[in-house]
Write a protein that binds this ligand. Sequence first.
Ligand code: PMP
Length: 356
Amino acid sequence: MSWEENVRKVTPYTAGEQPSGKVIKLNTNECPYAPSPAVSERMRCLAEMEAGTGAGMLRKYPDMNATALVKAVSEVYGIPEDRIFAGVGSDDVLSMAFMAFFNSDTPVIFPDITYSFYDVWSELHRIPYRTLPLDEDFRIVPEDYLCDNGGVILPNPNAPTGVFEDPSVIEKIIDFNRDRVVIIDEAYVDFGGKSVLPLIDRYDNLLVVQTFSKSRALAGLRIGLAFGQEKLIGYLKDVKFAFNSYTMNVPAIELGAAAVRDTKYFEETVRKIIRTRERTKKELRALCFSFADSEANFVFAAHERKPAEEIFKELRARSIYVRWWNKPRISNHLRITIGTDEEMDTLFKALKEIVS
Ligand code: PMP
């Protein structure tokens, strides 16, 4: 017998490339704009405090409950602190939530085309799962989720499609599944969707997950949030603190708090991205691309003649990175993150040459 027989073997998540050098990076849904100036201001302040005085914050372990951040989120969102959990990016929050809430022998359910981490976490945590096909237009079939299951996870808007479902559709699924936890992954909800956050008052089985990586331009800092009733959040904390009690590092807690308080900057950033997205839809249509309508900071598009793989490679040769998956049902689509107007103009010009 070899030690290898006892290894937990997993197929890891495949992240989009993080190329260095001067490229146009439209492949991992980051924000093309800088974070709020309040973040760099707070960073300068923290650096000064650290500078040799011993009064800094890095010498000591962080606050397990990330109170400064949770307090800021609580004030800005108008949600009590004990209904908020902060973690190291929403990937961390979601993985912990899978571990905490999906423990049934009955399979957990999620769409066949969705965030490709869900099956990875299911495999990692040995959770049985079943995928439910989206329809031809990449919409969920809500009735499919009214079935026996071990838990539900849905992103809204969905990724990589960008398709948004109305909260009333999501509520029916939450309501039917009151005996299991339903996780709504709202990584992209700030770009025009509507959050189901108000529903946590009514449903003790609902966990809403959000991130600072997209609309708050802090993917590098790693901040994710979960919202739910006190009991649900309590169970999530128990699992997290059993895994690693120091959830978030001190700079993330402090800078995240500064970011969330700058609501004006946040709203401006989101507005700019939405404007560019709507322009992108027009430009792509004119180039004979088709796509489901997106409410996210990306568009998932297929060209009427040219295969996605070829476009992907030709863009890459021009140092423009978009995302392409060689997977059933989506291998002819490209997921294009919304960049700055200037970046998108360069993309449209390149696409014009490639598809004509
Ligand atoms: N959920 C979805 C649907 C995503 O696309 C992403 C980004 N890859 C995440 C969660 C995780 O983002 P983060 O860990 O940066 O918060």
